[in-house]
Design a protein around this ligand. Sequence first.
Ligand SMILES: [Fe+2]
Length: 304
Amino acid sequence: MKRLFTSGLIFVLLAFSSFLGSTYCQTLAPNTKAVSSNGAPLKLALPVNDGSLRFAVIGDTGSGSSKQYQVAEMMVRYRNLFPFEFVLMLGDNIYGGESPKDFEKKFSNAYKQLLADKVKFYATLGNHDLPLQTHYLNFNMDGKEYYRFKKGNVAFYSLNSNYMDKKQVQWLESELAKDTSEWKVCFFHHLPYSSAGKHGSDEQLREVVEPIFVRYGVNIVLCGHDHVYEKIKPQKGIYYFVSGAGGKLRSGDINRSSGLTDKAYDRDMHFMLFEVDGDQMYFQVISRTGETVDAGVMARQKRG
Ligand SMILES: [Fe+2]
């Protein structure tokens, strides 16, 4: 207990130091230009409707590489056009060491501008993440390895796919059973569906979660782990996305003959933007250099 408290205290102090600004690691030059890396104007494929819910999604970010920082900078540029309120993190938030300096280099310095602008991050645990991350204030996990929060008409479920044990499954079922939200979004690290060569579909995980998603009307599932972008063809009426290239890339890893792929991108790193307006959910996928690699709209599934 004492150890847990001490760890929690370290994370509190860490979070404070990140907000106060640190001299560690690189700093980003302020850049508010609405242009891509090659100087072309940024293109927004989202409507930015009054009263809509707007958020971003990143996965497998925590490398601390210069390219992670470039993705983060492109998110800042896009936020000038599309003021998203919060960011979902799909796991592998911190690769390697998890000292306070690692949290700075691999997270808080990379997203310094977004944190300064009061954008909230909601994390989920990947296979490289220690459970102590749940106490890191900037991840808004409140000490929990799985949790639910709600924004407008959308309920978000962050799951710990490292250990999809009975207790977590029971919690998920009981929460979903009483959830009257119009949209239900589940996000976690491992992949019920993926066409990437490195990991691909985790059929054991799928067997556990898919019947629950179907039974309780989950609309969208967001996962990381494979370092690519993929929009899976709807499976049993559910939209699945793979977004695991916010800080690492596995170039050319998509197996396009899998039959699962609606759209995929594995040539550069990326992040995603989402906008929910009533029964429509719009999305746009943007590369590290500002290129739009996918965009579209999904209608809320009608279920009996
Ligand atoms: Fe992973």
